[in-house]
Design a protein around this ligand. Structure first.
Ligand code: ACO
Length: 462
């Protein structure tokens, strides 16, 4: 069994430093754990209190009679070593150390001692300098971030605490379902590779997103990521790409951001999809977690606007995806209901006259055609149609044919377009406000497919 299994599936969690003060971090973590509905036992630990949030309080972890697999530590840094000793002797397996004031401010020795002590008891350390972790299948929210996230299949590992907390909220707005969010902070012990190994085996996770400033053991990361990428896409936002960014990373989590080119090469070799921004990462998460992996690279673009089609074609070409003529039988079928001046090349331009029904029929035909591997749909809001009508046409075609091929949709317009995007997002159909974003996100799936093919070949040649 993976050594981190009991971190994500613990029988009992103790919150050390569970404060009586509603605004303190230890209190908020306890409250989130209780309110998000963790089904295991929760034990507040605070020598000065008898009861917090209706639960009996314990003076130390060693005084708890039930089994404690995880200890969340929220006491000042100078007290952390004694907590580790006590929890370690009590048999805890994981210490989730929220406390700051370690390597990131030059306290390297304290951080090393923390890990040394934990190892003495066979305990693993998450952090320090973190906001905690979430694992939705076990209803664990041991963070001081927002209480609710949408349960789903995306695991998010973040080296930045504040950004991670903020993104917890953004995933709700973006309709992205989460299996886990793990704040790893200074990565004194548990690092990205350990978590990748866990999520690789985790049936609840199918895509892994990492916000990374630096990596401690590059070789191990590449080895593990290469194995995991064979089954699950990994997306990395690598920050600290510039000199200014690298300086910021050093004082943030004490990480060495390193040489950009080296990271990029390592990511490519291990099949990792590297992105520059949070927006790009979330765009990729949608196609990669909601669509199946494409069986080939034959993309058909359907549009009602030539310009949107050109922009999408350019983006795809920038990403190394080149459009070929659509299959003959598809063009013949579409020709039956579009005007004579419609273009039946690729993009298929239904013209500005296109009503919702033409979208429905052409998407249905494209999805059902065996010579098409993925479909990109572009719609520019015109007075002839409503964005919601087109969104419904997309959903109907997809429902009838079945989601066996990747699809990506751009709905370009104002407030109504935004509503239609939300409608599709709620149905887990990737939808974006620009042709470039929709095309780039679809191309990410083809890039992942290529990486995976390369990794399979490399593995079989070895
Ligand atoms: N065992 C258990 N509880 C104890 C012990 C002990 N040995 N000793 C003291 N306590 C209690 C305290 O009495 C207090 O409870 P009370 O408020 O009911 O009296 C509680 O533990 C907390 O202790 P405080 O001394 O009040 O510490 P405080 O809560 O102010 O700070 C904290 C602790 C939050 C860990 C702080 O030191 C810290 O590191 N803050 C930064 C955390 C952070 O930002 N992490 C990175 C997150 S990522 C991001 O950037 C968002």
């Amino acid at each position: 069994m993976n050594p981190l299994y009991s971190l994500f599936n613990p029988e009992g969690i103790a919150v050390v430093g569970a404060s009586r003060e509603p605004t303190k971090i230890g209190h908020l973590v306890l409250k989130n754990l209780l309110e998000y509905g963790y089904k295991g036992r929760v034990y507040p630990v605070n020598p000065s209190a008898t009861e917090i949030l209706g639960l009996q309080c314990y003076p130390a972890v060693s005084t708890i009679s039930g089994r404690v697999d995880v200890v969340v530590v929220s006491v000042p840094n100078v007290k952390t070593l004694e907590i580790i000793d006590d929890a370690g002797k009590a048999g805890a397996k994981h210490a989730v150390v929220i406390t700051s004031g370690f390597k990131e401010v030059g306290n390297v020795e304290l951080e090393n001692e923390l890990v040394r002590r934990a190892r003495r008891y066979g305990m693993r350390v998450l952090g320090p300098n973190i906001f905690g972790y979430v694992y939705t299948p076990a209803r664990i929210n041991a963070t001081f971030g927002p209480r609710d996230v949408i349960p789903g299949n995306v695991a998010f590992i973040t080296q930045s605490g504040a950004l991670g907390i903020a993104l917890m909220g953004s995933t709700i707005l973006e309709g992205i379902g989460i299996s886990s969010i793990v704040s790893i902070g200074n990565k004194a012990d548990i690092d990205d590779a350990d978590l990748l190994e866990f999520f690789d085996e985790d049936p609840n996770t199918s895509v892994i997103l990492i916000y990374m400033e630096g990596v401690n053991d590059g070789r191990r990361f590449v080895d593990v990521a290469s194995r995991v990428s064979l089954r699950k896409p990994i997306i990395v936002i690598k920050s600290g790409r510039t000199e200014a960014g690298a300086r910021a990373a050093a004082s943030h989590t004490g990480s060495l951001a390193g040489n950009v080119a080296l990271y990029e090469t390592a990511f490519r070799q291990s099949g990792v999809l590297s992105v520059k921004s949070v927006e790009e990462a979330f765009d990729f998460v949608k196609t990669l977690s909601w669509n199946p992996v494409p069986e080939g690279e034959r993309v058909v673009v359907i549009t009602n606007g030539g310009g949107a089609g050109v922009q999408a074609s350019d983006t795809l070409a920038d990403d190394g995806v080149f459009l070929e003529k659509p299959p003959e039988d598809l063009a013949t079928e579409v020709k039956k209901f579009v005007p004579s001046f419609a273009s039946l090349a690729n993009p298929i331009d239904l013209t500005g006259m296109a009503p919702e029904d033409w979208y429905y029929r052409s998407i249905r035909l494209a999805l059902a055609n065996p010579a098409v591997d993925a479909v990109l749909i572009l719609y520019c809001h015109t007075a002839l149609t409503s964005p919601m009508g087109v969104a419904r046409a997309v959903a109907k075609a997809l429902e009838e044919v079945g989601q066996r091929k990747p699809i990506s949709v751009a709905i370009i317009g104002g407030a109504e377009a935004y509503e239609a995007i939300r409608y599709l997002t709620n149905l887990k159909i990737p939808a974006y406000p620009t042709p470039e974003r929709a095309a780039h996100a679809l191309a990410a799936q083809i890039r992942y497919r290529r990486y995976r093919e390369y990794l399979v070949k490399r593995a079989t040649a070895a």
